[in-house]
Each structure stands twice: as structure tokens, then as C-alpha cells.
Design a protein around this ligand. Structure first.
Ligand code: G3P
Length: 226
């Protein structure tokens, strides 16, 4: 499984990149708003993210509400850097936009996917990435991992004729909050997990690792101070 970081914060992106595990970045309007950024700086910020992660795919989301607007904004975002992936929310307006952009060679990440039919339609329309959400199901007392598995199983049943040479469409497990989300997404074969830095840190840490380290340190002290 590949790890993307789910943030628009440059320091967080640089931190995750320094670990040597990063394969991409996903952003969304909420994540950009969290940085304190304003509209005028949005596109320069996307460029800064693209430069910070040196060619890795960076999803930048269109906020247009019409097909024409999404295509125009998608072209504009894609022109910012070669590693921009245009993120579109799955809906009737975005399917034709995704199809048009994919036909021009623009990679699209279809987001806010909450069902297998949405994922199948996104893949058929030419999405390079399909992003089913996990945690937001859990937020409403549903089973996000079971929902993710349904999407993975359904999408994997078919070939789509788009992005074959790149191994696409790839499924990004999104709205990932916990190490168990990562474990289960990997076991079911999701290609990518996009994870906030705080959750990535929780994936690295384990109480038994901390306990083991403390014991090694205490025992080594006996050796060195013996
Ligand atoms: O990037 C989309 C998704 O990962 C958002 O996650 O935590 O806001 O549900 P979350």
C-alpha cells in the first residue's frame, strides 16, 4: 500500500516526505482553509506543495459547481505543475468533467465517494484515482471499513481502459483516522491510504515499542554504568 498525506500544510508535507514513505499528497478546501490561506494564494500554494514533494501526485480540488466550470478550473489547476491531480467531488456535473479532463490526459481524483455505484461511475468516467471515505461513515454510526471493502471489491471486478499503463484507476482510502483503518484498508487491497500527519504518527507508534525501548535503555544503563 502507498501512503499519501492528507493535508495542505507545507511543514506537515515536508515532515512526512522526510520519513521516506510518501507517495503523494491530497488536499481539499477544508484542509486549505485550515492553513489560513486565502483565495489569492491558493494556486501559488498548490505550486509550493508540488515543489515540496518533488513530482509526487498532488490532488488540488476544484470548487466549481458546473461541468464547464470544473473543466475550466481543472485545466487551470493541471497547468500549475505536471504533478497536479484535479480533485472533483463525485456528482452528475463532475462525471462529464472527469471524462473530458481524462481525455486530455489530465489525472482526476474523484472524491466524496460513499458507495460502490459512485466509485464504478467515477472509474468508468476516467478517474485516475477514486477516493472512498472511511471515517465519515464511522462518524454517523456506520461501518466505514465495510463500506470501503464493498467499493474495493466492486471496482476490482472490471477493467476500465483508462490509465492502464499507470496501473489505474487506483483506490485511495480517504478519511482515514486510525492505524486499524490503515491495516484493514491494506488487507482488503486498497492501493493507497491518504492519512493526516497525526494519524501517520499513531501508525508509527506502539505502546509495546515504547515499553521495549525503555527496557533496552534501562538495561544498557546497567552495562555502561556497571
Ligand atoms: O481528503 C479527504 C478526506 O480524507 C477527508 O477526511 O477526516 O475530513 O473525513 P476527513
Amino acid at each position: 500500500m502507498k501512503f499519501f498525506i492528507d493535508t495542505a500544510d507545507l511543514d506537515e508535507i515536508r515532515e512526512a516526505a522526510s520519513w521516506g514513505v510518501l507517495s503523494g499528497v491530497t488536499t481539499n478546501p477544508s484542509l486549505y482553509a485550515r492553513t489560513g490561506g486565502r483565495l489569492a494564494d491558493f494556486e501559488p500554494h498548490v505550486v509550493r506543495i508540488c515543489e515540496a514533494c518533488e513530482g509526487l501526485p498532488v490532488s488540488a480540488e476544484s470548487t466549481a459547481e458546473t461541468t464547464e466550470g470544473m473543466v475550466a478550473e481543472g485545466r487551470r489547476l493541471a497547468a500549475l505543475a505536471p504533478n497536479v491531480v484535479v480533485k472533483l467531488p463525485v456528482c452528475e456535473e463532475s462525471l462529464p468533467a472527469c471524462h473530458a479532463l481524462a481525455a486530455e490526459g489530465v489525472r482526476v481524483n474523484m472524491t466524496l465517494v460513499f458507495s460502490a455505484p459512485q466509485a464504478l461511475l467515477a472509474a468508468r468516467a476516467g478517474a485516475r484515482y477514486v477516493s472512498p471515505f472511511v471515517g465519515r461513515f464511522d462518524d454517523v454510526a456506520d461501518d466505514g471499513l465495510a463500506q470501503l471493502e464493498t467499493v474495493v471489491d466492486a471496482v476490482r471486478n472490471y477493467d476500465y481502459g483508462w490509465w492502464d499503463e499507470e496501473g489505474g484507476p487506483e483506490i485511495i482510502a480517504a478519511s482515514v483516522r486510525t492505524p486499524n483503518h490503515v491495516t484493514q484498508a491494506a488487507l482488503m487491497g486498497a492501493d493507497i491510504a491518504t492519512v493526516p500527519l497525526a494519524a501517520l504518527r499513531r501508525c508509527v507508534r506502539h505502546p509495546l515499542t515504547s515499553e521495549g525501548l525503555a527496557k533496552f535503555a534501562a538495561d544498557w544503563k546497567k552495562v555502561t554504568e556497571g
